[in-house]
Design a protein around this ligand. Structure first.
Ligand code: MRU
Length: 356
């Protein structure tokens, strides 16, 4: 199916969940197994695994691990006990709505359990379905996004991407990086510029690593270089992922996305968001209602544990921002493309998505 044997970061093997520790990449490739649900919660919170779809898939497997333990603990009331595990998983990170979507899917599976079959096996089947359907959605989005690029043409065959939206952040292949993979294969892109993505370096550590593995030409830049690249006419598209998209088409994504959208509009560069329909939250009217995660100051004042800022300095570290819908040229999903997103366009897309 894929032109690239892309890395996987989430695996169910030997009856447990294994995650490739993204905190150590690209210098070390270490896999961690998960003995209980608390380990899964810690891995999401501490960013062993990150990226909206990957967090959701991990939480689904976390429910399987929790259910197995609760069943052994109390075969009569295990489902009631499981409620605390759902809460712990839901509290692991606040912004990516895929986490809450996946937990809701697992709740539905729980309600529909066949009493004559092994409940853990049924929950595992649902987690695997969530995992595999994300991978399939990414391939569809790759195709649709590449077609969109072809449709508008590429005056300059360069794109900027931000954060990491690849195999590491999803069930495989990637959202924005999936479009970049498909467009590069189709000869539409010649150069990818990966923002380093301060403060956690997802672009420098993860996107650069994935693209180099695929042999896709990547140039790593400091985040602040984007304006210069656009001024020099080197890029035609900014292509990013999303953590939550509201009913009107506003998009929460990695901090720095909003500034790229403002720059793109100023320079006449197109701005594409790529996200599966599991990233939509139509219960929120506007992006201002999205909970934005703030992480600790250590991510900003130090690099790999080495302090670079003076002791005692105050730090503000919001790790997502909200790009208003009017700055977005297109949102690419597995159910279709919404150009110039607004409330009507998003409503129509989601209505069509729920039919299929
Ligand atoms: O803090 P992270 O690394 O989990 O943030 C990830 C992003 O912001 C991604 O762009 C988004 O989740 C889309 S991943 C397909």
């Amino acid at each position: 199916m894929s032109p690239f044997p892309t890395v996987s970061a989430i695996e169910w093997r030997d009856d447990t969940l294994w995650l490739l520790d993204q905190r150590l990449l690209p210098l070390q490739e270490v896999w961690l197994d998960h003995a209980d649900v608390h380990a899964v919660v810690n891995s999401i919170r501490d960013m062993v695994v990150r990226g909206a779809p990957a967090i959701g898939i991990t939480a689904a497997y976390g429910v399987v691990i929790a259910a197995r333990a609760r069943l052994a603990e109390n075969p009569q009331h295990w489902q009631q006990l499981l409620a605390a595990d759902f809460e712990a998983l839901a509290a692991s990170r606040p912004t990516a709505v895929n986490l809450f979507w996946a937990l809701d899917q697992m709740k539905v599976a729980l309600e529909k359990l066949d009493r004559n079959q092994d409940p853990v096996a049924q929950l595992l089947a649902e987690a695997i379905r969530i995992h595999e359907s994300d991978l399939a959605a990414n391939h569809t989005m790759g195709h649709l996004g590449a077609n969109l690029i072809r449709h508008y043409g590429m005056p300059a065959k360069g794109v900027i991407t931000h954060c990491n939206t690849g195999s590491l952040a999803t069930g495989g292949y990637g959202t924005a990086l999936g479009v970049i993979r498909s467009a590069w294969k189709a000869g539409l892109i010649e150069q990818v510029y990966a923002d380093e993505t301060r403060p956690w370096w997802q672009g420098a550590r993860l996107t650069a690593w994935e693209l180099l593995k695929d042999g896709i030409p990547v140039i790593l830049t400091a985040d602040s270089v984007a304006a210069t690249l656009m001024q020099q006419g080197k890029v035609s598209w900014v292509i990013v992922g999303a953590d939550r998209i509201t009913a009107n088409g506003d998009v929460a994504n990695k901090i720095g996305t909003y500034s790229l959208a403002v720059l793109a509009r100023h320079h006449g560069v197109r701005f594409m968001v790529v996200a599966p329909t599991t990233t939509f939250d139509p219960s929120l009217a506007h992006g201002s209602a999205i909970p934005i995660e703030e992480r600790g100051p250590e991510e900003v004042v130090s690099v790999k544990g080495v302090r670079v800022a003076p002791e005692g300095v105050a730090v503000y570290n919001p790790v997502f921002d909200v790009t208003p819908a009017e700055l977005i040229d297109a949102i690419v999903t597995e159910k279709g493309v919404v150009e110039h997103p607004n409330r009507d366009g998003i409503t129509a897309l989601l209505a069509q998505a729920s039919i299929h």
